[in-house]
Design a protein. Structure first.
Length: 202
């Protein structure tokens, strides 16, 4: 155990995990990708200088800082929302939306709930996940995971609970990379057989 404590890669791995946990819980990183790369370049240059002049303690300290930032960076830039093809970055509320069901959630009294991938808006290919809420009626539509649906609707931000001590469905979904919802009324969606379905048939 003592040998492990003095094993340098273990310290750097710990710093990396600290960075991952910090960004996962706090979501504080605000620099763009280019700004982040510039910051890392400056740190690496500083590390080279410290190593060249044998500043061992400072070198170890800033190497740990680098790995913490790298952990933060790796979590932050995995978010789909940063992609230009993410549906939140495409403004066309009147276009039909093609979605793929990926996970069934517990239903409410008024709707069947799914996590769905937004794969297309109009003729544009997109990415990103959304909370899909299909209003209930007396029919069992038999929707299955991996089904595709064409629908219309406006994306809405998922609201936090009014009671701060209440379970936050919003926080739960954010951990699944879901920040918006799409509420679909009865009869406002069409099941898609991808092999022979065209948008112009709807």
């Amino acid at each position: 155990m003592k040998k492990l404590q003095y094993y340098v890669p273990t310290h750097f791995l710990g710093a990396l995990l600290v960075g991952i946990c910090l960004e996962y819980q706090l979501k504080f990183w605000f620099l763009s990708r280019n700004q982040s790369l510039l910051l890392f370049s400056v740190i690496l240059i500083g590390l080279f200088i410290l190593h060249r002049f044998h500043k061992k303690s400072w070198f170890s300290f800033f190497t740990s800082v680098f790995f913490i930032f790298f952990g933060v960076f790796s979590v932050h830039f995995q978010k789909d929302q940063l992609s230009k093809n993410h549906f939140q970055n495409i403004s066309n509320s009147k276009a039909p939306v093609l979605i793929k069901l990926v996970k069934r959630l517990n239903p409410s009294s008024y709707s069947d709930n799914f996590i769905a991938e937004v794969t297309q808006i109009g003729s544009l290919n997109t990415k990103g996940k959304v909370l899909l809420q299909i209003q209930k009626d007396s029919l069992d539509h038999g929707l299955l995971i991996s089904d595709f649906l064409w629908t219309y609707g406006a994306f809405e931000m998922i609201q936090a609970p009014l009671n701060p001590h209440q379970f936050s469905y919003k926080d739960y979904l954010e951990k699944l990379d879901v920040q918006q919802r799409l509420v679909v009324a009865n009869g406002n969606w069409v099941f898609v057989n991808q092999k022979n379905f065209s948008l112009f048939q709807w």
